[in-house]
Write a protein that binds this ligand. Sequence first.
Ligand SMILES: Nc1ncnc2c1ncn2[C@@H]1O[C@H](COP(=O)(O)OP(=O)(O)OP(=O)(O)O)[C@@H](O)[C@H]1O
Ligand SMILES: [Mg+2]
Length: 266
Amino acid sequence: MSIELRNVAWSVGFKKIIEDVSLAIEPGEFLGLIGPNGSGKTSMMSVLAGIRPPSGGQALLNGSAMKKVGRRNLARKIGFVEQQADTIDRITVREAVSLGRTPYLSVLSPWSTRDDAIVDDALCAVDMAAMADRMWQTLSGGEKQRVHIARALAQEPTYLLLDEPTNHLDIRHQLGLLELVGRLPLTVVAALHDLNHAAMFCDRIAMMAKGRLIAVGRPVEILTPENLRDVFGVSASVDVDDKGRCVIRFQTSITTLSDIKEGRVA
Ligand SMILES: Nc1ncnc2c1ncn2[C@@H]1O[C@H](COP(=O)(O)OP(=O)(O)OP(=O)(O)O)[C@@H](O)[C@H]1O
Ligand SMILES: [Mg+2]
């Protein structure tokens, strides 16, 4: 099982949004996609998910062009949680997660107790089992996000694609979610803004800037002070801890009130 992008471009009209992106996702890895706002992460995730056919190059699932794989087959292989996912339907949490089983249901294979068990497991995985009967609209932003992830898990995908999955989550649920997806026997690609979380949980990091994939490698290779300065425009020092993980300390040029009071700035 493989996903591969070969020289992929995606344009809107004459505007090139992503250009010349080549990337092979390795089975079982947790790949973090990082880059400043507008660098093309969401566009790239949509190509990886097979939602946006590339306007140039190829997006391949097991060597076949994704557009030839078909929606239903794609949904059995790839679970995608979008950045601004929402639903207006009046449904319960359990019903929202059950939608993840749609690609498996047919007249010949109707809903079964196995589907119930998969939905239960998905709800438990994101700590939402206790809210299974709540109406979707009554949930907080973070609870909705966890339900979206449960819906994707209920698809039993091989690939889990998450666009800013920790958005809206409190710190315990951010860490819990990244730890969970890292432990799942799945290949995970997640667009992340928290670079320290990317360093903590990802096997590899792919870094985007201005629609191009400019570097791919282990966190220590990618999260260097030079890359942080050149790509994100921030000053930072990077330490490597005893487990070989890098820890980024950002420096700020923002003047604090105490700096002014204590005469450190004019
Ligand atoms: N349908 C579209 N039409 C026009 N421009 C688009 C479209 N989709 C994306 N863009 C532009 O392409 C660029 C990349 O957008 P994208 O959403 O992929 O960035 P991103 O890296 O996910 O940003 P963020 O960190 O803010 O989520 C942006 O400048 C965006 O405005
Ligand atoms: Mg985005």
